[in-house]
Design a protein around this ligand. Structure first.
Ligand code: RFL
Ligand code: PHB
Length: 391
């Protein structure tokens, strides 16, 4: 088989890129290790920035998102029992975010791909990438016990943090930066109305909590837990009690509980791999970088990477190599700003086991400054809604 672009991974990065390339008449195949149901079953992001919304429109898959997504103009910070609203819309000159689950977005992309008859190989095992340091990269994979070979012009590594593409790069060509946090988020999804019509980010003596949602009838809640916690130790009742204990009295009283549809623990990590291009192979999304979810940036960064990559590949086939040559540098500039913001939000809002008393007070003062100063609130708001592209 021969294609122009072989995309590894059918998460949001791979599927959005596939859609952008198909619209431009560029021939691509997607290889995905798991089944469609497995990919759809992973409950992850919920907050889309305008950049991501615009990209889904550009890719021709925004229709249901505009119909069913919930535009949000603000978020609430709950600190030491007091609520502070961050007016995202007012502080950023009219910008907003959209609540639309990664599951729904992925479903829209899968449906569009199937409808257009574009090639996706699910359950592609033992994917191997080679020759990306030459003009003739190759990808091979096993499907139903048979090995297949693909010749291509480019490989797009959209295969997430544990994928094969970054792992195939010689160690000496890669520099990585990492911070692992000493806690995770225990998340619960339930068919109950959200406790508040905006997201609540809560810092309490018992640790961080987040009240989020997927719709007017489906809620997503998180509580900070030590890394040693096991999800089996958390009955639904224990989760609801812990969440309630981290909220203020009005939210605790308004919280509607119900059986969990999903419950899982995600560790928190900051990670960046540099560069993001190795000859004719590119890394995009979680394959190249991870942020802790506090800033709601992971999926949005994945979308901005594939926007840059899609445009670079389209320009290449139009005769210009500038886009692919500058891909890594352009993406990393934006990524590091989102990494900084996610790390900062995480430090400010979580309880760390061993923070020395001086740093503890300094962090409390910083939060107090952020919520009471126009400059502080504006900084938070402009980063939360997403920084503009600078290219
Ligand atoms: P994905 O989604 O991990 O998809 C990669 C795909 O590649 C496949 N794969 C392979 N396929 C073939 N061969 C191999 N060898 C392969 N190895 C892997 C995998 O099966 C998978 O299908 O990466 P992608 O596409 O880059 O998308 C990234 C996003 O999924 C991620 O950044 C976000 O979910 C992060 N995130 C959030 N991002 C936001 O922008 N806003 C949020 O509100 C937000 N909340 C979250 C989050 C992530 C969370 N968790 C669980 C990590 C909340 C949580 C709890
Ligand atoms: C979510 O709804 O899953 C969500 C929302 C905001 C975040 C992280 C996760 O910062």
């Amino acid at each position: 088989m021969r294609v122009q672009v072989a995309i590894i991974g059918a998460g949001p990065s791979g599927l959005i890129l596939g859609q952008l390339l198909a619209k431009a008449g560029i021939d691509a195949v997607i290889l995905e290790a798991h089944t469609p149901d497995y990919v759809l079953g992973r409950i992850r992001a919920g907050v889309l920035e305008q950049v991501c919304i615009d990209l889904l429109d550009e890719a021709g898959v925004g229709e249901r998102m505009h119909r069913e997504g919930l535009p949000h103009h603000g978020i609430e910070l709950l600190i030491g029992g007091l609520r502070h609203r961050i007016d995202l819309h007012g502080l950023t000159g009219g910008k907003q975010v959209m609540i639309y689950g990664q599951t729904e977005l992925t479903r829209d992309l899968m449906d569009a791909r199937a409808k257009a008859g574009l090639a996706t190989v699910y359950e592609a095992k033992e994917v191997a990438v080679s020759g990306f340091d030459t003009d003739h990269p190759r990808v091979s994979y096993l499907k139903d016990g048979v090995r297949h070979e693909i010749a291509c012009d480019f490989i797009a590594g959209c295969d997430g943090f544990h994928g094969v593409c970054r792992a195939s790069v010689p160690k000496e060509s890669l520099r990585t930066f990492e911070r692992v946090y000493p806690f995770g988020w225990l998340g619960l999804l339930s068919d109950t109305p959200p406790v508040c019509d905006e997201l609540i980010y809560a810092k309490s003596e018992r640790g961080f909590a987040l009240c989020s949602m997927r719709s007017h009838t489906r809620s997503r809640y998180y509580v900070q837990v030590p890394l040693t916690e096991k999800v089996e130790n958390w009955s639904d009742d224990r989760f609801w009690d812990e969440l309630r204990a981290r909220l203020d009295a009005p939210a605790a009283a308004a919280l509607v509980t119900g059986p969990s549809l999903e419950k899982s623990i995600a560790p928190l990590r900051s990670f960046v791999a540099e560069p993001m291009r190795f000859g004719r192979m590119f890394l995009a999304g979680d394959a190249a970088h991870i942020v802790p979810p506090t800033g709601a940036k992971g999926l949005n960064l994945a979308a901005s990477d594939v926007r840059t990559l899609g445009h670079a590949l389209i320009a290449f086939y139009g005769g210009s190599t500038d886009g692919i040559e500058r891909y890594s540098e352009r993406c990393l500039r934006r990524i590091w700003k989102a990494e900084r913001f996610s790390w900062w939000m995480t430090n400010l809002l979580h309880r760390f086991p061993d923070t020395p008393p001086f740093e503890q007070r300094a962090l409390e003062a910083e939060l107090d400054y952020v919520v009471h100063s126009l400059a502080g609130r504006t900084t938070l708001a402009e980063n939360y809604v997403g920084l503009p592209f600078e290219d």
